[in-house]
Design a protein around this ligand. Sequence first.
Ligand code: PGA
Length: 249
Amino acid sequence: MRKKIVAGNWKMNNDLAETQALISDLKSSVPETDVAVMIAPAFTNLYSAFQSLKDSNIEVIAQNMHQESKGAYTGEVSAAMLKSIGVKTVILGHSERREYFGETDELLAKKVDAAIANGMKVIFCFGELLEERKSDKHFEVVKTQLKDALFHLSETAWESIVLAYEPVWAIGTGETASPEQAQEIHAFVRNEIADQYDQALADNVSILYGGSVKPGNAAEIFGKPDVDGGLIGGAALNAADFTAIITAF
Ligand code: PGA
């Protein structure tokens, strides 16, 4: 079912003490809301975060996982491991994973399959580079990413997918896609999903926007009909800003 979602991607920030401090601030500032609120701390702090938030309305999610269930994959973490500590949602395909760790849509298709096989939900990130936008290839790029990573999924599997459009040129740069640019891609993506599956399925997929969302621009972006929330980086590291983004809905 299509939901309003605000998810904070903490990336490689916050050690254990900082994680606990931010969680304690969030517990007192995040209101009761119909928005699904999620935070993604680093792997080392997931368990403690989960324990601290298990009776709250803030879900603890992971930033990544490996596609295999176990074995000789030094440094990696599987879906089963995440599930065993209570984590039920994972971010996959973030542009930083694509850029710095060579993740391709072919690999991401396997990760998505592994997450779904383990009953997890996925926030799947996609989006174009600056050069691709400048050369007017953004629609084509986004379409290929979705096709290669997700269009093999069954209709039922889509119940576990949330999308996050994150134009790479807007991540951590202070530059935001305009609400119109976000809406244009979100509507395009929903249409592609409707073409591949059907309109009802497409209407049920939550599509988040990510890239320099701040308290000052959130309301306008979330106000667009095909924008169902946000994936927040920098502003998620501050409880007051993250809460203001949630209440902007
Ligand atoms: P940002 O990051 O909000 O710092 O631009 C967004 C993201 O990477 O998800």
